[in-house]
Ligand binder design. Structure first.
Ligand code: FAD
Ligand code: NAP
Length: 340
């Protein structure tokens, strides 16, 4: 059993930098240590929170039960035929350096997901996505520990029920499974995904006509650095709300009223840019006590120093209400509030 600590300050373990305290805390670096931690929590009837990089969490001041910090690492690659490779990464591996490692090995397909903070184990939770690629596109399978039965189970892509910022683990069985490793089917041939115009424009500006995945990686990193606050400097969890999906009729109505509406077709629905809606309601750059809305991207809520989850949730509620009143669209929070 790894070291059990009590009353642990979590401010450096969550990207908002909220001063939360864990009643009990343990870091696990192997499957056996994880199994021991789960048994301990069950014996004590402690609720469990698995913590990766804390970049998609809004932590309240007191976190009861047991916080398990995922530290299982490891990287393996196995060729599959001539063009493919099966890569398996431990859940505690950090996403961005893992992506750099994949690129260095010549394993392609996930480069649009550069610079997303957090761990590999958390990535399937909300099927991380950016710039036209979602995790599921390079996903093969994962192994997760069932905290109810203690059994390690493999999940196929279908069983993960990936959706837009969603998965089986996030919405159907929240908190039940602890992901211990994730396997990816990656290509040995470069196949850049250039669906987002901003990528095309930036590559063009750099005079790159036939981009290598590494070019794409660099461009994504540079755009992100110019738009998003670095959590080390300004506490945040990236996009605070999901981009809402609305029906074609609703879209046509809004488009008539607001010709500048930012929307993209998504199947039979339309996806609205939540950041645009929030900005139209006058929130961009707005501060309220120690929390606020980031001045360069209205979708990002920030902790200005001594903010708390309660303060942030009050601000988030007001934003949701104003967007609802003006556009008839309900914004849904993306990070997990814990305890809920
Ligand atoms: P945590 O915040 O630690 O955990 C998130 C959830 O997953 C929690 O419910 C936790 O209990 C659970 N969890 C964590 N690890 C495990 C595990 N091993 N097994 C089971 N459950 C687990 N997200 C995107 O999708 N796209 C982006 O482009 C993006 N950009 C971001 C930019 C910034 C600046 C920031 C701060 C965040 C961004 N995010 C983005 C959100 C976040 O980085 C991702 O969701 C990331 O995958 C979270 O990883 P984490 O390790 O920090 O998870
Ligand atoms: P942006 O480029 O300002 O675009 C605004 C929104 O329009 C995005 O949210 C994106 O939706 C959508 N969009 C743009 N081009 C599109 C296209 N060709 N097809 C479909 N949808 C399109 O967005 P941004 O805030 O700077 O973020 C850039 C990318 O990084 C986005 O993909 C975003 O999801 C991702 N990101 C995510 C987080 C997070 O925490 N989840 C944080 C930062 C950045 P999508 O969001 O569906 O892609």
């Amino acid at each position: 059993m790894s070291k059990l600590e009590h009353n642990v300050d979590l401010s450096r373990y969550n990207s908002f930098g909220f001063a939360a305290r864990a009643e009990n805390f343990v870091r696990v670096e192997s499957l056996v240590q994880l199994q021991d931690a789960v048994v301990l929590a069950r014996q004590n009837r402690w609720p469990m929170l698995v913590l990766g990089g804390g970049s998609n969490l809004v932590l309240r001041e007191r976190v009861p039960g047991l916080v398990i910090q995922m530290g299982i690492v490891g990287r393996q690659a196995q060729p599959v035929g001539r063009d493919e490779v099966l890569v398996t990464l431990g859940a505690g591996e950090i996403w961005h350096p893992s992506l750099i490692w994949m690129l260095d090995q010549g394993y392609y397909g996930l480069e649009n997901l550069a610079l997303i903070p957090g761990t590999v184990g958390a990535a399937p939770m909300q099927n991380i996505g950016a710039y036209g690629v979602e995790l599921e596109q390079g996903f093969n399978s994962l192994q997760a520990l069932d905290t109810e039965t203690g059994v390690l189970r493999r999940f196929s892509r279908e069983e993960c029920c990936f959706g837009y910022r969603d998965s089986y683990f996030k919405s159907a069985a929240p908190g039940r499974y602890i992901i211990v490793d994730v396997s990816f089917s990656l290509s040995l041939q470069p196949r850049p995904v250039l669906r987002y115009q901003v990528l095309v424009d930036e590559l063009q500006a750099r005079g790159i006509e036939q981009p290598h995945p590494r070019d794409l990686f660099e461009v994504v990193c540079d755009i992100r650095r110019s738009k998003l606050p670095d959590p080390v400097a300004v506490g945040n969890a990236g996009s605070f709300f999901k981009n809402p999906l609305i029906s074609e009729t609703h879209y046509a109505d809004l488009q008539r009223q607001y010709p500048a509406l930012v929307a993209y077709p998504a199947g039979k629905d339309y996806k609205l840019a939540a950041g645009w809606l929030i900005e139209q309601c006058g929130w961009k750059g707005h501060t309220r006590g120690s929390v606020g809305v980031y001045a360069r991207q209205a979708l990002v809520l920030v902790n200005l120093g001594t903010g708390t989850a309660s303060e942030l949730m009050l601000l988030a509620d007001e934003i949701v209400q104003s967007v609802e009143a003006r556009f008839g669209v309900t914004l849904e929070m993306e990070p997990r509030l814990y305890p809920a």
